[in-house]
Write a protein that binds this ligand. Structure first.
Ligand code: BV8
Length: 233
């Protein structure tokens, strides 16, 4: 087994579950009776912008009431102390990795705390609701802001940067994701094909469990700090 220098960590909703953030496909996975696939699409936004804005306004507001958990804090410690390359690629749109202190974080599906103006294409840090059609801080256009979130059918952010990190990875770790959504669910295969060791930590085997050399089943709050201890010990 080659020496581990470069690490890519993919995180999903399961890493934020113990912070009280709802996952997508578990028992708490519906929002007001809607499946994510039905509201997280450009078509839904065109058809019923008020519903989609309300979905994201509610989740953005909830961010103020949740805190990073032990798994976020452990990854932040690894980020700070790991001597080689490290990249946390998160599917999550919350800010809990950053609030735990992690710096090398890439939000491939966007962020709740960012708004995207369709008039000027500008992105702005955003805390308030978008449903009441606020003006864009950059261009002043009224009611043209959408959540800066990658919806189904839209291109995830920074795909080239992610692919480059996967190609160089000696270790690929997947934490708290069901492996249901592409292209993220295919990253383990890319990394493994290039010779990386692959580890998944999840409450249950993910849909891609077969592709991992090792699978640790349990809560991220327990498994991730123990794993970071192993890596830094
Ligand atoms: C795209 C933002 C074209 C919204 C989201 C085949 C190939 C390529 C694409 C497709 C394909 N087939 C279908 C597609 C299209 C589609 C797709 O994958 N559909 C699925 C439903 C089949 N993909 C897309 O549209 C993507 N774009 O393909 O563009 C393209 C393709 C390739 C190259 C270039 C261009 C865009 C997908 C992004 C959609 N947006 N989010 C929002 O957040 O509101 S996806 C949404 O699902 C979230 O981002 C979420 O992060 C993501 C994945 O869900 P998970 O994070 O895994 O959460 P989930 O609830 O499913 O699982 C949680 C897990 O945690 C569970 O396993 C549970 O057991 C575990 N857990 C729970 N508690 C704990 C725990 N684990 C540990 N500890 C705990 N305490």
């Amino acid at each position: 087994m080659r020496e581990i220098r470069n690490i890519v960590i993919l995180t999903g909703a399961g890493i934020s579950a113990e912070s009280g953030v709802a996952t997508f496909r578990g028992p708490d996975g519906l929002w007001e009776g809607h499946r994510v696939e039905d509201v997280a699409t450009p078509e839904a936004f065109t058809r019923d912008p008020g519903l989609v804005q309300a979905f994201y306004d509610a989740r953005r507001a909830k961010l103020k009431g949740v805190e990073p958990n032990a798994a976020h804090r452990a990854l932040a410690r690894l980020d700070a102390e790991w001597p080689g390359d490290l990249l946390i690629v998160t599917q999550n749109v919350d800010d809990l990795h950053e609030r735990a202190g992690a710096e090398r974080v890439l939000h491939m599906h966007g962020e709740l705390r960012s708004a995207w103006c369709l008039a000027c294409d500008g992105r702005s840090r955003w805390e308030a609701p978008l449903g009441d059609g606020p003006a864009c801080p950059a261009c002043g256009a009224q009611g043209r802001m959408r959540p800066d979130i990658v919806w189904f059918g839209e291109m995830p952010y920074e795909m080239d940067r992610i692919e480059a990190a996967l190609v160089e990875a000696d270790l690929f770790v997947s934490i708290g994701t069901s492996g249901a959504v592409y292209p993220a669910a295919g990253y383990v295969q890319t990394a493994r094909y290039r010779g990386a060791q692959t580890l998944e930590m999840n409450l249950e085997p993910s849909q891609g469990s077969y592709f991992f050399h090792e699978s640790r089943i349990g809560r991220a709050g327990d498994l991730v700090p123990a794993w970071v201890e192993e890596m830094l010990g």
